[in-house]
Design a protein around this ligand. Structure first.
Ligand code: DAH
Length: 360
């Protein structure tokens, strides 16, 4: 084999063996670069006789062309191989099942959902939302609400008290949302039209009672609001919340220290079919307490009862959530069991509105 043929064979073998474009480029430089083996051959032509140069020149140029062609061919092969590898590594199997988006797997707790629902209903009637602290003083939870010192109504609440502080004052966990009535009347001049959803606490635990639970309070104070307005508001609320066209209500006389007169409200329901239906039937279910705000409560907030009057009500949120969504036991509400929330929870993007439907 001549020197040229051997060189060509070597180069072709190196080209064929180049694993990637960088290795191929190294082969190209070693052959066709300024100091490459083929370039060196071409440089040697200058020292030859014209005949020899003609013959050798043609041969070396042909060799260079074949090496160039082999380089080009290999280069495009490597390019294609690289693209094919990339495509293979990025391939998506479109037949795989779609993974649920986080917004689809998360769930809204029924209590949050019901708070959103009742806020939407009362906001539509012109109410705004007020809140207050969970840790309260005896004054706001009892005294200002006209619970006399030593009155048995204080005992009825199974209050959680904190140990006395340096001044001997015993703070407590609010037993109802009613203290926020006082805080709101102290802060804001009438007319007042608020709802107060929030956490409340009593030392009690069974299938329908948990030590922490939720209430929503309503308060309307102005110069002429009366029980007729209260009845209308509660009836509209029940129809909207339970999503029925009509609902009968029964107002029974009752006692709360902070209202006079005081009433408990039952709504018509039907328990004959095993589960409970609203807007029909011959059964009654107690859902809330209400009344005209007691003159002493107005006085305790610096309002003149001869000038201002109004009404209030208080309702258990957990209870109406259980009734509406058919949940038999209250305790799992607070057990953080993922299976329960997956079953009873609501989709995060289905925000309740009156126009769009509350629970759809
Ligand atoms: N605070 C009462 C309770 O927890 C509920 C209640 C009754 C609130 C009558 C009111 C009301 O505002 O007027 O038992």
């Amino acid at each position: 084999m001549t020197g040229h043929a051997k060189l060509e064979n070597d180069l072709i073998a190196q080209i064929a063996g180049a694993a990637d474009e960088a290795a191929l480029e190294a082969v190209r430089v070693s052959a066709l670069g300024k100091k490459g083996s083929v370039s060196e051959l071409l440089k040697g032509l200058g020292a030859m006789s014209p005949e020899e140069r003609k013959e050798q020149g043609a041969k070396i140029n042909a060799l260079r062309d074949r090496v160039s062609a082999a380089l080009e061919k290999k280069k495009s092969e490597l390019k294609e191989k690289a693209i094919a590898g990339k495509l293979a590594s990025e391939a998506a199997d479109v037949t795989l099942p779609v993974r649920a988006a986080p917004a689809e797997t998360g769930r809204i707790h029924p209590i949050s959902q019901v708070v959103e629902e009742l806020t939407a209903i009362f906001a539509d009637m012109g109410f705004s939302v007020a809140d207050g602290p969970d840790v309260e003083t005896d004054f706001y939870n009892f005294t200002a609400l006209n619970f006399p010192a030593g009155h048995p109504a204080r005992e009825m609440h199974d209050t959680f008290f904190f140990p006395p502080d340096a001044n001997g004052e015993r703070k407590l966990l609010r037993t109802h949302t009613s203290p926020v009535q006082i805080r709101s009347m102290q802060k804001q001049k009438p007319p007042i039209k608020i709802i107060i959803p929030g956490r409340t606490y009593r030392s009690d635990s069974d299938q329908t009672h948990t030590p922490m639970f939720h209430q929503v309070e309503g308060l309307v104070i102005d110069k002429k609001s009366h029980l007729g307005h209260l009845k209308w508001i509660l009836a509209e609320f029940c129809k909207a919340f339970f999503e029925v066209d009509d609902v009968k209500m029964r107002f029974r006389p009752s006692f709360f220290p902070f209202t006079e007169p005081s009433m408990e409200v039952d709504i018509q329901c039907d328990r004959s079919g095993g589960d409970i239906k609203f807007g029909q039937g011959n059964d009654w279910l107690e859902i809330l307490g209400c009344g005209m705000v007691h003159p002493n409560v107005l006085r305790n907030c610096g309002l003149d009862p001869d000038e201002y009057q109004g009404f209030a009500w208080g309702m258990g949120i957990d209870r109406i959530a259980m009734l509406k969504y058919g949940m038999p036991d209250l305790r799992p509400f607070f057990e953080a069991d993922v299976r329960w929330i997956e079953h009873y929870g609501f989709r995060p993007l289905d925000f309740p509105t009156l126009a769009g439907g509350l629970s759809t």
